[in-house]
Design a protein around this ligand. Structure first.
Ligand code: ME8
Length: 558
């Protein structure tokens, strides 16, 4: 990457009513890899992750646990942080939506949108699923036959009975029926604006097929949405009506902006908050949200419109229709990277149903790298996917333990026998091959194709393994030392380039390896944005210890 930029990646903020599972791990991993890639490439990178605390689910859970809500949320926040720290995720800010900095911002936004007439009072009567924290219409529900414990689509001619009820398909619970005074956000004001914004930003949502779904939804016509509740007292009060609190999504989406206007720095005992809104409000900034398909409408429809309202990002024509202006793009997210459901045994993972894989014990049993590798190389970001434990082990054994591990092992063992004074530089042909791989890797990671980055790396490792098989340096070392040195040097140098790339994916393992190979200081240099300086330079490896295994093999469960 040549043009340095500001780069800001966010995970969704996870509900604090349960512990993160492998689905959350997946989003955090994507964000972490992308963040690291930008950081080591020299960008001014930020990565925030949060807990979404102002939700009804958390209040209910705290009651069930017999705890005060804040005590409950504190303990959950601690747990979430422990999980992400267990995996050494490199977030630059970890914030909770109950923090004052966030509450202040949300109230300011609400007041501004209210003053300009984008928020109005109304009567609200709808169905609400607490599990999803979202409003439901008949189209979103299915029938549940309680006796048979079977669901089926809502069809004409079938009536609700005590035995057949409408439920949320994910949580298998009947939604709450709500009728109360509410405030609404005038999303309908932004119908034309949203359509124009999408046209001007054809890659706003990736992959494209998900964007097409969003566009089709918007074209059917938007509806205003409720942004407050009168029954709950815990959440952020509306500044213009204290009897109401803010609906979780209006509050939650603004988290992304809070972390710019008041970004946390320093350690626990010495923390400061720095105003970094220039990251958000800059033409040279890329702002990327990573989310799954369940919450795409909130991010791709509500969120830009809320920002347009708050920042006045429009031009009004004589008919009072609001139009989008391309020059306002700097206030809007650049891209939303989405994916589908992870299922376990064909069923969507959910904290409410608790059919999840817990990433901490799972990675303790296998390894962090197994999880990362399988999730990022098993399927492209965007699709639905079923987690298959057996396949995860097979993939890891084939790619990291064998393909990568064997080559590393060969080179390390043979290199300890080398006389480095014979070293010759790799030939032009091989340098060109590496360059292609590196250029492509950079290009693909710049468009968040994390699977491709791994696939291409393992293909390159295949080429290196073949090169070793045909040149047979283990024989050469006895017959032609000079040639053996040249071959091993080429292999070692290429491997070094591969490791530099894999650092974004497997930082702990690459760190371990750099140190064992006498490349101390590599991680520090990478973390100080100096990838370019480490590229293409002829290193002398100082290998003192050869008997270690970087990626141990695992038995496949029968
Ligand atoms: O939705 N498959 O929080 P959440 C793939 N607080 N990804 C999954 C997954 C699965 N089965 N389950 C969870 C919320 N995820 C809101 C977000 S953002 C302003 C507010 C991942 O705790 C996925 O990334 O339900 C999803 O976006 C996130 O966890 C939702 O976590």
């Amino acid at each position: 990457m040549t043009n340095k930029q500001n780069f800001f990646v966010t995970t969704p903020i996870y509900y604090g009513n349960g512990l993160p599972h492998v689905g959350h791990f997946y989003s955090s991993t994507i964000a972490n890899v992308i963040y690291k890639f930008h950081k080591i490439s020299g960008d001014n990178a930020r990565f925030t992750t949060w807990i979404d605390e102002n939700s009804q689910k958390a209040v209910i859970k705290a009651e069930e646990e017999g705890m005060e809500i804040m005590d409950y949320l504190d303990s959950m926040a601690e747990w979430h942080k422990k999980v992400w720290d267990h995996f050494n995720f490199d977030y630059t800010d970890f914030i909770r939506t109950t923090e004052t900095r966030h509450k202040n911002l949300v109230q300011k936004v609400l007041q501004k949108c209210f003053d300009k007439g984008d928020i109005y009072e109304g009567e609200y009567e709808w169905m609400y699923c607490v599990g999803c924290e979202s409003f439901k219409k008949d189209d979103d529900l299915v029938y549940l036959n309680i006796e048979q414990n079977k669901t089926f689509p809502i069809k004409q001619g079938v009536k609700e009975t005590p035995n057949i009820i409408k439920v949320c398909p994910d949580h298998l619970k009947a939604p709450d029926q709500i009728k109360e005074k509410n405030y609404f956000f005038k999303l309908t004001n932004y119908q034309t604006w949203t359509e124009e914004f999408y046209k001007a930003n054809p890659e706003f949502v990736v992959p494209q097929f998900r964007f097409n779904e969003v566009i089709a939804f918007v074209e059917r016509w938007l509806e205003d949405f409720s942004i407050s509740r009168e029954t709950n007292t815990f959440w952020i009060p509306l500044p213009f009506d204290n009897s109401q609190v803010t609906y979780v999504w209006f509050d939650a989406l603004f988290n992304y902006y809070t972390s710019c206007i008041s970004s946390r720095w320093g350690d626990k005992n010495n923390e400061e908050f720095i105003d970094e809104r220039w990251i958000w409000e800059d033409d040279n900034s890329t702002k990327l949200h990573v989310v799954w398909k369940d919450i795409i409408r909130f991010h791709a429809i509500f969120w830009p419109a809320m920002l347009a309202s708050y920042f006045d990002l429009w031009e009004k024509d004589s008919d009072w229709v609001l139009h989008y202006r391309k020059s306002d793009n700097k206030y809007l997210p650049n891209q939303i990277l989405t994916w589908g459901y992870f299922t376990v045994d064909g069923q969507k993972m959910s904290k409410t149903i608790w059919n999840v894989i817990d990433p901490v014990p799972y990675s303790d049993e296998y390894s962090h790298e197994l999880l990362t590798l399988y999730m990022l190389s098993g399927f492209p970001i965007g699709n639905d996917w079923d987690y298959d434990r057996k396949d995860a082990v097979l993939t890891y054994n084939a790619k990291l333990a064998n393909n990568f591990g064997n080559l590393l092992n060969r080179v390390v063992v043979l290199t300890t026998k080398l006389d480095w004074s014979y070293l010759t530089s790799p030939s032009g042909k091989w340098i060109a091959a590496t360059k292609d791989y590196l250029d492509d890797f950079n290009k693909k990671l710049s468009v968040y194709d994390l699977k491709w980055g791994l696939d291409e790396t393992f293909m390159f490792l295949d080429v290196l393994n073949k090169y070793a098989d045909t040149t047979e340096p283990w024989k050469l070392i006895k017959e032609d030392t000079e040639r053996a040195n040249a071959v091993l040097y080429i292999l070692a140098e290429w491997l070094r380039e591969v490791w530099l790339n894999l650092y974004c994916y497997f930082p702990e393992k690459m760190w371990e390896m750099f140190n064992r190979l006498g490349l101390e200081g590599y991680v520090e240099q990478l973390e100080q944005w100096k990838l370019e300086e480490l590229r293409g330079r002829s290193e002398i490896f100082n290998i003192t210890q050869k008997d270690w295994v970087l990626f141990e093999r695992f038995e496949v469960e029968k």
